[in-house]
Design a binder for this molecule. Sequence first.
Ligand SMILES: [Zn+2]
Ligand SMILES: [Zn+2]
Length: 85
Amino acid sequence: MTKGPPSRDSNRVGTELAPLAVPAAGYELCYECDGKRICIYCRGRGQLANGNRCSTCHGDGRCIVCNGAGELPEGSEKTADEASR
Ligand SMILES: [Zn+2]
Ligand SMILES: [Zn+2]
């Protein structure tokens, strides 16, 4: 599980967020959502096709890896890979 900063808690839903096209310097697009900022399992709706609340983002609709930022510090994916070995 990843850490979730509570400071970003708002009523904002994923659909309001524009996908991130170009990450900031020193950052790369989130490998999970590819910069779309939204939970890839519920597509940012916080709800699954069957009407259940998305258990991945807990109804938040945000990508759980980047927390809706759409970008991660460079090397995040590599670090995760190495850590799993
Ligand atoms: Zn979700
Ligand atoms: Zn993401």
